[in-house]
Design a protein around this ligand. Structure first.
Ligand code: IVH
Length: 529
């Protein structure tokens, strides 16, 4: 059972202030949270179709853990905090793991990470520790079992104790050695004799994920919501030839079993895995003190968009394995390692409205107006729906709950609708037959709907002017989109030629223009003539 002190381990930043919760309120809340988490586990593990963001799930889990730590006698006997993983799908044989596959506590901010370090140092009575830091791969965790170097079986994490036997599917992955490589200059400590368990993450490279989704859509099938979901769906195929066709990768991060007693540190474990022929991420390293681990987090996050696969944070592990054993484990996760997550880039929110934007070329673009939501530090209130075909495929409707994704600088997009949360009485959305800006006729050309009014459509004119003055075209300094809009609103400009008829007096009437800026813009216009 969790001791009350475990509460502090999770940090203080939960959604509830425990001080304010009475015991009877806690009882109700615990029951609600347990039920909700069980349902989310089922959707995540058994259906591969989560309906809330990881961050929201973590918040629920943390709130429940904290309440249960405060009132241990209220913990339900089937509480989700009592086990490691989730439900299993029918169809695969169940196998017991060589040792339980644990989960990691997710920490969201630096203060919590420093608290973790302080706690480790206090428990070990030392003044600094060496950590192994690596990316936290966002795939599917897998155990591979080798007997005397030969691949015998592989399984999913399942509930942590037992998983699904997916050996035949895993055999098709090139990144999984069927026989462990024994280098000529093998250190004595890295023997492959006996039973060895290698843990790692099966994942799908982003290029492969995009190509797979394109193929699925072309064949009229449902695309996957994320590379993680597609990796999970690919591993849990009943037909290994499908797994083989999808090029999954595998990154190893942990080794257990007979070789274990000879590995003094996590660093040695990583070196051993690499020598055996497994992929390890090149950025992983061994650092001294928590400052360097925090710096590694920032460094990896800054490179996140350029990685060929998705990661959702870093993992910080105490390097010395004797110290790991000294600290031990809680029911679900070790005390010697944590995940220091990145802000998620996928979130779940609601579509308040669907607006139609008219661009420079007259193209109508449907845009989902969202209940604003924070996606990795940026507030997202709109997401593109691309065109009518995309809209039809995803069937996004006003009132829907949707999953949205932000990737780098790309415009946020709606990934999919959570159809089971759709309110009654919604209707599919159709782009209008008349331009929403000028009222002219709209024509369909392939995937696109186009306003037929040319530069007589104010929206097309605005896009056209913005393009004309932009850096890529005439590069007229001091003439941004705000100014273009004002010029159109005040009817000072009706076409491009009008720009060159502007006078200082016209500009003086615009917001944000004073003597110097007027002079500069007049000069810039003159220069571009
Ligand atoms: S170590 C006891 N290292 O994250 C140590 N896990 O939330 C447990 N994961 O189930 C795992 N990258 O599937 C470790 N570099 C990494 C990882 C990693 C991804 C996954 C793993 C685990 C989950 C925990």
């Amino acid at each position: 059972m969790l001791a009350a002190a475990d509460c502090a381990w999770h940090g203080s930043g939960g959604p509830v202030t425990l001080r304010d919760v009475t015991k009877s309120e806690a009882k109700k809340r615990i029951a609600t949270l347990a039920r909700e988490i069980q349902e989310h586990d089922r959707r995540y593990y058994a259906l591969d179709r989560p309906t809330i963001a990881d961050s929201a799930y973590d918040a629920l889990f943390r709130e429940l853990s904290e309440l249960e730590a405060r009132y241990p006698d209220l913990r339900p006997p089937d509480s989700p905090t009592l086990r490691v993983g989730g439900a299993m799908r029918e169809g695969f044989r169940k196998v017991r793991h060589v040792a339980p596959m644990l989960s990691l506590d997710s920490l969201m901010d630096e203060a919590e990470v420093r608290e973790f370090d302080a706690r480790v140092l206090r428990a070990l009575e030392v003044d600094h520790a060496t950590y192994r830091v690596e990316p936290k791969f966002d795939g599917l965790s897998i155990e591979l079992v080798y007997e005397d170097g030969l691949f015998m079986r592989g399984s999913t994490r399942g509930d942590g104790e037992t998983g699904e036997d997916v050996t035949e599917n895993l055999r098709t992955l090139r990144a999984i050695p069927l026989r462990l490589h024994e280098p000529a200059s093998q250190r004595a400590g890295a023997s492959t004799a006996g039973t060895v368990s290698v843990r790692g993450e099966a994942l799908m490279l982003l290029t492969e994920f995009e190509a797979l989704n394109r193929r699925l859509v072309e064949a009229g099938d449902e695309p996957f919501a994320s590379p993680r979901n597609s990796a999970a769906g690919t591993i849990r195929q009943l037909d290994p030839s499908i797994t083989a066709s999808r090029n999954l990768d595998f990154y190893a991060y942990e080794v257990r079993g007979s070789v274990e007693s000879t590995l003094a540190t996590q660093t040695e474990a990583a070196e051993t895995l690499a020598s055996w022929g497994f992929h390890l991420d090149a950025s992983a390293r061994t650092v001294t003190g928590i400052d360097e681990a925090v710096a590694y987090h920032a460094e990896v996050e800054s490179r996140r968009e350029r990685l060929p696969f998705e990661i959702d944070g870093i993992v910080i592990k105490l390097d010395r394995r004797d110290w790991q054993r000294g600290l031990g484990e809680r029911s679900r996760s070790p005390r010697w390692a944590v995940a220091f997550k990145f802000p998620p880039r996928i979130e779940v929110t609601r579509v308040l409205d669907i607006a139609v934007q008219v661009g420079r070329t007259g193209k109508l673009t449907p845009v989902a107006m969202l209940d604003p939501v924070n996606v990795s530090g940026v507030t997202v209130a709109r997401a593109t729906l691309h065109n009518q075909d995309e809209l039809d495929r995803k069937d996004v409707r006003v009132g829907d709950t949707v999953r949205i994704r932000r990737a780098g600088d790309v415009i946020p997009e709606v990934v999919e609708v959570l159809v089971e949360q759709r309110p009654k009485g919604t209707k599919p959305f159709q782009l209008p037959s008349k331009c929403p800006v000028c009222g002219a006729r709209v024509e369909r050309e392939g995937a696109y709907h186009l306003c037929t009014n040319g530069l007589s459509c104010p929206a097309q004119l605005e896009g056209h002017l913005e393009h004309f003055v932009s850096r890529g075209a005439m590069d007229i300094a001091g003439l941004g989109s705000k100014t273009v809009r004002q010029l159109l609103e005040k009817r000072l400009v009706r076409d491009i030629a009008d720009l060159y008829a502007l006078t200082p007096i016209d500009l003086a009437g615009l917001e944000g223009f004073a003597e110097k800026s007027i002079e500069n813009l007049m000069a810039a216009l003159e220069g571009s003539r």
